[in-house]
Design a protein around this ligand. Structure first.
Ligand code: HPA
Length: 270
């Protein structure tokens, strides 16, 4: 599967050698507008890529450049809650790695657990809590599967992101992302528990990809776009429609910032 998808990509975008891969979650789709000379390949043409089913995720791989940075950008991901399986992004990540990507930048929409982190703001992930207790590494053999999750969200890349935010005058919160499996939203009791246990935001994605990317020895950077206060922390009604409308409202700021982070990543030694 991986080889077939690779062959398709190399045929459609000859000579492509991206160093940075990006996965776009809800609200972050505007990043693709910052890509020069894009080659767009629908997931339907890529064996082993997810056939996206979630509203707000288009299902397309886009190759091109942001500034001088060659990138491979995935619009849409497979979520565990779609089928129960958490290995839906394994083949795409293997393909991105084989294309030459050393860095994976992840994005998502998330609920806030902190009073001062309001909808429309951005959070840099410093770490995560795998409340779902699921792993895409189940079934792998050998000692490589025992992956260290210390510094899973690369400290040097985080420092770079903070600097980019400062230069743009953007407030970038930093905190711990808790992965709930979904698709239902959390209960207020689960949110109170998460706050007590040290989480700052909640969402239904990202963590399996981080685990698998670390297994592949890619460096990971991840951002949440806060779309709502988590369950029980405000009077707003939680729904996917609400998530998408909030994500859209802040989307341009988020994707402009992301484009700048990706573009200037090339200043870092590889
Ligand atoms: N919970 C889980 N996932 C989410 C939320 C939330 O409150 N907001 C956006 N994605």
């Amino acid at each position: 599967m991986t080889q077939n998808a690779l062959n398709t990509i190399r045929a459609r975008a000859p000579g492509t050698r991206p160093r940075v891969a990006v996965i776009l979650g809800s609200g972050w789709g505007g990043l693709t507008q910052h890509i020069a000379n894009p080659v767009r390949i629908p997931y339907a043409e890529l064996e082993g890529f997810p056939q996206a089913t979630v509203e707000g995720h288009t299902g397309e791989l886009c190759l091109g450049r942001i500034g001088q940075q060659e990138v491979a950008v995935m619009s849409g991901r497979k979520h565990g809650y779609e089928t129960g399986a958490v290995d839906g992004m394994k083949v795409p990540l293997q393909v991105l790695k084989a294309l030459g990507c050393a860095v994976l930048v992840q994005t998502n929409a998330a609920g806030s657990l902190r009073e001062q982190m309001l909808p429309g703001s951005l959070m840099l992930l410093s770490d995560h809590i795998n409340f779902s207790q699921r792993s895409p590494l189940v079934g792998e053999s050998g000692s490589a599967r025992f992956v260290s999750m210390v510094n899973a969200y690369d400290a040097e890349l985080r420092a770079h992101a903070k600097q980019a935010a400062q230069q743009r005058g953007i407030t970038l919160h930093e905190g711990v992302y808790a992965w709930f499996f979904g698709p239902q939203f959390e209960t207020p009791a689960e949110i109170r528990m998460s706050i007590q246990l040290g989480a700052d935001a909640v969402g239904m994605s990202t963590v399996p990809e981080t685990i698998y990317a670390r297994y592949l020895q890619m460096r990971v950077l991840a951002f949440s776009l806060i779309t709502n206060m988590a369950a029980g922390l405000s009077n707003e009604q939680l729904s996917h429609t609400h998530t998408l409308s909030q994500a859209e409202a802040a989307g341009e700021m988020a994707s402009g910032f992301l484009a700048e982070v990706v573009r200037s990543l090339q200043l870092l030694p590889s």
